[in-house]
Design a protein around this ligand. Structure first.
Ligand SMILES: [Zn+2]
Length: 210
């Protein structure tokens, strides 16, 4: 079993996905069963597997980015805790950079990250995100990185749960995912007419800061 297959298998065995009978509102407004990456405890075996699988994927897929020219950037609270350990795992060719939320669905690089892009002009600013449904939030980070002079940007997901991510397609962003698994998500209207809401499933609203 490859490292990615092991990560996928443990992720889906970890009881962090909305169980049948429960679904959530995503940042995009879509309704679906959420994979709650925030419930993966720091320092757990699954968290460490997320880190090492990500670093291995980056080494294999972005081998050309040289010392110290690879920036791994977070998507706010979703992956702020991930980028440091991933950069450490990648060694001295990578450094970790944070983003913060401006409002729901919009992030910016923190001032230190903006300064670092201007000073070091890295080969690649790679945003690490957890689950991709539309790509809305991370697309605003990519736009910000480009605006402050990033020469190349890309997004790497732990899991891409839609066949295509419209917000990233709209800005011609480069994105990939370690795991691709389609999991249905619907607009609130569709959901109420024919899917989870129509079936009476509990709906978890978005929490402040989530
Ligand atoms: Zn619903």
């Amino acid at each position: 079993m490859s490292s990615i297959e092991k990560f996928e298998s443990e992720l889906f065995a970890a009881n962090i996905i909305d169980p049948d009978g429960v679904h959530s509102v995503f940042t995009s407004g879509l309704h679906g069963q959420k994979i709650n990456f925030k419930q993966i405890p720091d320092g757990s075996e699954l968290f460490d597997l997320w880190v090492t699988t990500t670093a291995t994927y980056i080494d294999e897929n972005y081998p050309e980015a040289e010392v110290p020219e690879l920036f791994v950037a977070s998507v706010d609270s979703g992956t702020n805790r991930l980028v440091g350990p991933v950069a450490e795992e990648l060694g001295c060719r990578a450094s970790a950079h944070l983003t913060k939320k401006v409002r729901d669905g919009e992030i910016v690089l923190v001032p230190d990250a903006v300064d670092a892009i201007r000073v070091y002009s890295p080969d690649l600013v790679l945003f690490l995100d957890d689950a991709g449904t539309t790509g809305l939030t991370v697309s605003t980070g990519v736009i910000h990185a480009r605006a402050v002079g990033a020469r190349r940007t890309a997004v790497l997901y732990a899991i891409q749960r839609s066949g295509t991510l419209p917000s990233l397609n709209d800005i011609n962003a480069d994105y990939s995912a370690m795991i691709k698994r389609e999991m249905p998500a619907y607009t609130a209207v569709e959901c109420a007419q024919a899917y989870f809401c129509a079936a009476g499933w509990d709906l978890r609203k978005r929490q402040e800061g989530a």
